[in-house]
Structure formats: structure tokens, C-alpha cells
Design a protein around this ligand. Structure first.
Ligand code: ARG
Length: 245
């Protein structure tokens, strides 16, 4: 009797181990930094929501793959992508030549540019007024690179843009450089405290990042994304998440 039980439990354990392994190889991990509305953020119940989250789910469905999001800081996520710690990343990631050296990108799915956010009562009217100022940006972002390019500026880096906006609202920093759609979202969240000044001053395309060695996955993502763009599904997402911008 005891022996039978032992055999049964061994079989069960083996089944669990095998199940876990096979599950792992079938589910692709997708890194994201869910502090970037309207592209990736959390709702009140801590569910991931946003443009990129829905886009990634549509891509997965179209490509016939399973995905699982891993929420982490932007900088850690990009570093992780250079070593294929995640299979993919969806996080409003600008396609740049430098990044292309260490990670693969999908075709572009949306266009954005960097903008300047200041306190509501600030005299700064745009990027040209930032010389010598204290400018905040999120670690690893193109916005931070733009801040570093400003003459005589003191650059403050943050793990997430949330803290950067608090600092600007409290007068601890003069300005933030951040993607325009997210600038508008944060200004809306901090009613009366912040404003966007000037026009977006860079031209950037977002892509899904794919582990560089996985060209097969890159092809699947590109085929799915190209179909979704052609069918107007990406335009629908823009309408839903970026309406009025
Ligand atoms: N587009 C910018 C970049 O690629 C900022 C992206 C930040 N995304 C985020 N989820 N925090 O550097």
C-alpha cells in the first residue's frame, strides 16, 4: 500500500516538473515598465493596462503565441534585453541605432517625440530655455539623453518618471524631458501643478524589442504587427488610448 502511494507521488511530481518545463518554453516573457501612461501602467487592482499591453496581446493572438508580462524598471528591462533575459519588451521603446546593436526591433508601430514638462507657474517656454537648468529624466531613456545634451544643465536621473514629476511639482527640479503622449498623461494626473511647454522636439518611432538571437520570433512579431497595422487595429488602439493628442 505504502509502496503504491510512493509510486503515485513520484509520478505526480514528475508530471509537475515536466509540466512546468514545457510551460516555460511555450510562454514568451515580455518585459515592461508599467509607469508610462498611456502605454503601460497599472489600474487600481494592479492589472497591467495600456496601449502597449493591448498591442502585445493582439500580436500574441495574431502570431499564435502565449505571452507573460514581467514588470520591471525601464533601465533593468533594456539591460535584460541585451542578454535575452526576456524574450521581448513592450514599453514605448524608441528604435535607435545604438539599441539595434544589442537588441532586435519590430517594425515601428507609433511615432512620438520628446517634450518638456515644467511646473504650472514656470517661466520656461520650451527646450531652448533649459540651458543651465536642473532637468529630470528616467534612467535609460531617450529623454534622459536629450537632457544630457542640454548645455550646462544639471541632470537628475530617476528609476521612474513618477518621482521626477513630483520633484518638478515641488520645485526640486526645473523641467522633465519625456515622450509627448506620456507628458500629457502625467500633466492630466497632476491637475493644475504641471504643464507641457513648446512642441515635441524629436522624432521617434516605437518598436517591440525582441531578443537579438531569436530571428524566428522577430519574424512572427513583424508578420503579426504588419497585419494589425494594415487592418487598422493599431489605429483603433491610438483612438482608444491617445484620443485627443
Ligand atoms: N521612448 C523612450 C525611450 O525609448 C522612453 C520609454 C520609456 N518607457 C517606459 N515604459 N518607461 O527611451
Amino acid at each position: 500500500m505504502k509502496k503504491a502511494l510512493f509510486v503515485v507521488s513520484i509520478v505526480l511530481m514528475l508530471g509537475m516538473v515536466l509540466g512546468a518545463c514545457s510551460q516555460k518554453s511555450d510562454v514568451y516573457t515580455v518585459g515592461t515598465d508599467a509607469t508610462f501612461p498611456p502605454f503601460e501602467m497599472m489600474d487600481d487592482d494592479k492589472n497591467l493596462i495600456g496601449f502597449d499591453i493591448e498591442l502585445m496581446e493582439m500580436i500574441a493572438e495574431e502570431a499564435g503565441i502565449d505571452i507573460e508580462f514581467k514588470n520591471t524598471s525601464f533601465d533593468a528591462m533594456l539591460a535584460g534585453m541585451t542578454t535575452c533575459q526576456y524574450d521581448m519588451a513592450a514599453s514605448a521603446i524608441t528604435i535607435t541605432d545604438e539599441r539595434k546593436e544589442t537588441m532586435a526591433f519590430s517594425v515601428p508601430y507609433i511615432n512620438a517625440g520628446q517634450a518638456v514638462v515644467v511646473a504650472a507657474d514656470s517661466a520656461i517656454t520650451g527646450v531652448d530655455d533649459l540651458v543651465g537648468k536642473t532637468i529630470g529624466g528616467q534612467l535609460g531613456t531617450t529623454g534622459l539623453m536629450e537632457a544630457e545634451a542640454v548645455v550646462d544643465a544639471t541632470v537628475k536621473t530617476y528609476d521612474s518618471y513618477e518621482l521626477a514629476f513630483q520633484d518638478v511639482a515641488n520645485g526640486q527640479a526645473d523641467a522633465i524631458i519625456i515622450d509627448y503622449p506620456t507628458a500629457l498623461a502625467y500633466v492630466a494626473l497632476n491637475e493644475g501643478k504641471l504643464k507641457v511647454v513648446g512642441e515635441p522636439f524629436t522624432d521617434e518611432n516605437y518598436g517591440i524589442v525582441i531578443c537579438k538571437s531569436n530571428t524566428e520570433l522577430q519574424e512572427k512579431v513583424n508578420a503579426a504587427l504588419t497585419t494589425l497595422i494594415a487592418e487598422g487595429k493599431v489605429a483603433e488602439l491610438e483612438q482608444k488610448w491617445l484620443a485627443g493628442e
